[in-house]
Design a protein. Structure first.
Length: 392
């Protein structure tokens, strides 16, 4: 989709569905279906002779506006919006993988994505390999004659490991394999995988795109041809985003740039401060000079994002005590909210994958994942300080 304006912010605010009643802000189109003008229009629409709304499982003006904005912001042509990020991940993979095919995926993925690849796909006759995120020189050798897709997430949840997108996309291009990037943590404001040639961009919109912890959602973006296949799959299987949630998400995009600037500013300041604290064993944040991939982070991201991961001295027990001592931070299984959030991945989101796989994703038993919100940074630091003292 072509950018209408030169700047990200203007596109995020000024991309709007055509006005019907001179309304300033886009209204909600709460309708499950759309009336046909006559039998000929109904026939032509079902025959895909042209596109217009038929039924909200297929498309709706609110979902279309959200998709159009995301296409412009990511530099992609077309897309499909889903009810959750996992529905987007699933819809971005399954139409392209058949019995006997192979998917090559990063070893550092969101746990549910790993589970789909590792536990469900074998039941459907789809093979997989995981590439070691720390050994980019080995990735290409894992491509097989039946490899149809490479799937990666950067930065990863929650280890904040980065994938060199240029390197990965070059491998994909060379072997004619689709490259699918989950851009949930960075959002298109911080990085655009399309610049490196990613074929598919997948998002959980539940995180920073919403930004206020209100709705779940997802979106898959690609060129027109790839999207046609995804749209057909979704039309039949029905993971579509509701018009109400699409309306919320499209409104949220209007403030994404302002929110991300503050998330990143707070997160960087906190990460630098945590590195000076004796109780902290390790801090991971892409824009810290100590991050092993700091140079790559600077190359492919404009700022470091809103998630900071750290390990408290004292292992699992201290980590749990620390979490229980936090007062301002919410202890909840989400991220990307304007409220700061802390979680313990080893006992929650990543508890269903084995310890070795957790370690490969950068998760130790004492790792705490924080999503840094938009509160004042001094209050955020003060809460961490008092929890460190209490848990000693
Ligand atoms: C990187 C990543 N991808 C996908 C998902 C799944 O998104 P959702 O929870 O909206 O289904 C998450 C959720 O945390 C995530 O962090």
């Amino acid at each position: 989709m072509k950018r209408k304006y030169q700047h990200f912010a203007t596109n995020a605010i000024r991309t709007q569905h055509e006005r019907g009643f001179r309304e300033h802000s886009v209204p909600l189109y709460l309708t499950s279906s759309f009336v046909f003008e006559d039998a000929e229009q109904a026939r032509a629409l079902f025959a895909d002779e042209y596109t217009d709304n038929i039924y909200s499982r297929f498309s709706n003006p609110n979902t279309s506006e959200f998709i159009e904005k995301m296409c412009i912001l990511e530099g992609m042509e077309d897309g499909f919006a889903t009810a959750t990020g996992m529905a987007a991940v699933f819809a971005s993979m399954m139409p392209f993988l058949n019995k006997g095919d192979h998917i090559l995926a990063s070893s550092a993925l969101f746990a549910s994505t790993t589970k789909i690849i590792k536990e469900y796909m074998p039941n459907w006759g789809i093979e997989h390999s995981f590439f070691d995120i720390n050994q980019p020189e080995t990735w290409e050798s894992l491509i097989q004659p039946n490899t149809k897709m490479i799937f990666a997430e950067t930065p990863s949840n929650p280890g904040l490991v980065l994938i060199d997108m240029e390197h990965l996309c070059n491998i994909g291009k060379k072997h004619n394999v689709l490259v699918n990037i989950d851009n949930c943590f960075a959002t298109p404001y911080l990085q655009q995988p399309a610049k490196y040639g990613a074929d598919i961009i997948t998002h959980s919109a539940t995180k920073f795109l919403d930004g206020q912890g209100r709705v779940t959602g997802g979106v898959v973006l690609a060129n027109k041809e790839i999207t046609k296949t995804i749209r057909q799959f979704c039309r039949q299987t029905g993971p579509s985003l509701s018009p109400f949630n699409a309306w919320i998400l499209s409104k949220s995009l209007e403030t994404l740039h302002v929110r991300m600037d503050r998330h990143c500013q707070n997160a960087l300041e906190l990460a630098q401060w945590l590195e000076t604290q004796e109780d902290i064993k390790k801090v991971v944040y892409p824009f810290l000079k100590s991050h092993p991939q700091y140079e790559l982070a600077k190359k492919q991201m404009t700022q470091g994002g809103g998630v900071v991961t750290f390990e408290v001295h004292g292992g699992l027990e201290r980590g749990r005590k620390f979490l229980d001592s936090l007062q301002l931070f919410s202890h909840t299984a989400n991220l990307g909210d304007c409220r700061s959030i802390a979680t313990h991945p080893a006992s929650t989101t990543h508890s269903k994958i084995d310890e070795a796989s957790r370690k490969a994703s950068g998760i130790e038993n004492g790792t705490i994942r924080t999503s840094i919100g938009l509160e004042h940074i001094d209050d955020i630091k003060a809460d961490i300080l008092q929890a460190l003292e209490k848990s000693r």
